[in-house]
Ligand binder design. Sequence first.
Ligand code: ATP
Ligand code: MG
Length: 559
Amino acid sequence: MTQHHNPEPTANFIYDIIAGDIAAKQVTQVITRFPPEPNGYLHIGHAKAIVLNFDMAAQFGGRCNLRFDDTNPTRENSEYLGAIEEDIHWLGFEYGDPGYASDYFEKLYQFARQLIEQGDAYVDNLSAEELRRQRGTPTAAGIESPARSRSVAENQRLFEEMRTGSHPEGSLLLRAKIDMQHPNLNMRDPVMYRILHQSHHRNGRQWFIYPMYDFAHGQSDAIEGISHSLCTLEFENHRPLYNWFLKRLKIESPPRQYEYARLNLSHTLLSKRRLQQLVENKLVSGWDDPRLPTLRGMRRRGYPPEAICAFCRSIGVTKVESQIDMAHLEYFVRERLNKTAPRVMVVINPLKVIVDNWPGEGEWLPAANNPEDPRSGKRTVKFERELYIEQEDFMMEPPPKYFRLAPGREVRLQYAYYLTCVEVECNAKGQPTVLHCRYDPASRGGTTLDKRKVRGTLHWLASSEAQPIELRCYERLFQVSDVAAAERAGSRLEELLNPHSLVARSALAEPQLARHPQEETYQFIRQGYYCYDRVASVHERGPIFNQTVPLRDSWSKKR
Ligand code: ATP
Ligand code: MG
């Protein structure tokens, strides 16, 4: 297993447990796994699990497996398999060949037969409804099914008939024989196998019975020799059941399961099922909608995988559910992009400037692509008599602390010259339409010999060079920070969506950006980070750029 990122040892309770197991010689090789169900695309919650499992393996010189927990043929789709692998690779993690729970169906079937033979499992004919009723509640014991006393021979015969398809779907079940009075409902004779006459994406119609997740998961971990089975907290109550199966099956060096809290992120949902709802109801454009917390959405939005992993490592691993603010993730995105993103000048609301004293032809000036990265080189930008600046960078009557352009005021144009506004043309409403300015020829490159002070530095474009592009600017997908809580309080999902989560705008850009956009995230100087959208950029209005994140967090300011 190799990894693009080399993590520092992480201080978290799971690290400590693994270190303890090794010190006590309980475990010699650390093998973890990431076990997705192939029933949707990965989101950033999965990234937390991926980073944790791969980091733990890497830090202890072990291995992390990818295993598809594909035990439910009704919900799975092979389209997701490739997508999940792609997303894990994109995050920067490598593994050997992926495993599939469905490859262990024969082995799991043999395990089930072993339990039947030991008198630890029986075939029942309850309907799903009866099963639920007889299970009891946390305060009332369950009811023992009459089928509990079936003989081993009869259970063997019926289970074999289930396997060969002699019984209709839903007519029989295999249950573990544990304890209908058990305080933990998961221990009240849970279902191990059900009949499904369905085609499986890998095994076709080979099987008429399918193991339940709770029977397949722990045993699949055991088959793969997983040393530490890291799960989210909802599986804490299932651990006694998993351990019961492992013990009855007399599995040597069984996996040790430890649970940690899921990632919850503000203003969004982290559940494949809920995200699927958004996609199916066309509330977003697809699984890769840049507003979604899916890894595909984040990739399209321009989030670097390194930033996602750094975020996952920063939030720690605990046993307490909490919600992390989206701003925390955006901090890591900015931090990474500040180091890597090439700078370009883009004007969103253009205001014309005429440099009255500019002599004739344009001039090409050198411009550093990324001052944070000396290897990023330089490009040239054209300076000429007619320019565009941003409307909001000029005010007729500037308030205090406004250091941009105003009548009589001098500013610096990035990479170019000092510029002083001498005259303003306005329209009938008194809004400025053209600024007449003078440049200082002695200020080339943005400094002067007399070192006089100018406080504002503006981005700009030469009017003959500026090319149209389209921007897609994003805000939070939901208006409320805790979507699930708002739903519990009675709001419908649709009402909670932020109507301004996507705003398209046109803009003008340096020509190379419009003509040869690379599939990378740029810093539009003084605006934010934007990522070229190859998928959406098919129409005539010029290439489309997704806003990755504004330079500073304008959202919380606005609130
Ligand atoms: P979802 O609720 O989105 O469907 P899931 O848990 O059903 O998630 P799986 O495919 O079973 O999805 O998840 C694979 C692994 O990712 C599991 O180990 C699961 O615990 C972990 N995981 C899923 N969501 C999160 C999350 N929000 N935070 C941390 N780990 C997560
Ligand atoms: Mg799951």
